[in-house]
Design a protein around this ligand. Structure first.
Ligand SMILES: Nc1ncnc2c1ncn2[C@@H]1O[C@H](COP(=O)(O)OP(=O)(O)O)[C@@H](O)[C@H]1O
Ligand SMILES: [Mg+2]
Length: 245
């Protein structure tokens, strides 16, 4: 890979990060082009969530670089990242159950110009008609799946150029998983790039252009989502073996 890829929207180069003395990411590189949907797979503890945190400034890098839209994000922090269009819906994100659906979305729009907020809220609700129908209800009145849709909608309010989704379908019934991943397919059709962390491999691949797998803090596989033999390669990757292309 060249030092800097002019076509990449996100370019992560050899980053290292961790928690205190515990290093978790050992030289992770990946890139995402504008409009591309990329799955990030791997077993529990592989470092997927840590990678997303490092990308959006929730965790400092100890080495390497994150470039977004040609800009070094080192000093951007989570807010600067979100403002640049690099939006992270964190793992297990909880909505405010006492606030209405609309107010939850308004919170996500807090730093946008006042007249822009209703526009963004309508855009986000358009992605999820079933929560749009409950816009005046309290968040707590939504089903678990609808609450997860609302969490994704909070990310959409930012009008992301790249949306990072960390297990948005965790704990959902198959029907609701389909609904949430359907929203990813819609984003793809609309030209929004997505980095999707997902446990359900087949469902993730079905909405993705490419895939990375991580194990033990390293990228161990990169492939197109429709490559033949991908399943076998992923299985081996899950056990931490580097898999030849
Ligand atoms: N806040 C934390 N403090 C210390 N270690 C952590 C913390 N969060 C995660 N880890 C460790 O970092 C490693 C990667 O975790 P994580 O990024 O959550 O993996 P994944 O999202 O792939 O399941 C694991 O060994 C985990 O125990
Ligand atoms: Mg995780």
């Amino acid at each position: 890979m060249p030092i800097s890829d002019p076509d990449a929207l996100l370019e992560v180069s050899r980053i290292e990060a961790g928690y205190g003395k515990i290093s978790v990411l050992h030289g992770v590189s990946l890139r995402i082009a504008a409009g591309e949907v990329v799955s990030l797979l791997g077993p529990n503890g592989a470092g997927k969530t840590t990678l997303l945190r490092a990308i959006t400034g929730l965790l400092p890098l100890t080495a390497g670089t994150v470039r977004f839209d040609g800009r070094d994000m080192r000093d951007a922090g989570p807010r600067g990242s979100a403002r640049a269009g690099l939006v992270h819906v964190v793992e297990g994100h909880r909505i405010f159950t006492q606030l209405s659906v609309t107010d939850n979305l308004l919170l996500a729009a807090y730093d946008l110009p006042r007249r822009e907020r209703p526009v963004r809220i309508e855009e986000a609700l358009a992605a999820f008609p079933e929560i749009a129908a409950k816009r005046h209800d309290r968040g707590g009145a939504l089903s678990g799946g609808q609450q997860q849709m609302l969490a994704v909608a909070q990310g959409l309010v930012r009008r992301p150029r790249l949306l990072l989704l960390d297990e948005p379908s965790a704990g959902l019934s198959p029907v609701l998983v389909g609904r949430v991943l359907g929203a990813v397919a819609d984003l793809r059709a609309a030209g929004t790039a997505v980095l999707l962390v997902e446990q359900l491999i087949d469902k993730a691949l079905a909405v993705s252009d490419r895939v990375y797998a991580m194990a033990q803090g390293r990228v161990v596989l990169e492939a197109k989502a429709d490559e033949s033999g991908l399943h076998e390669r992923l299985e081996r990757a899950y056990f931490g073996q580097t898999v030849e292309a």
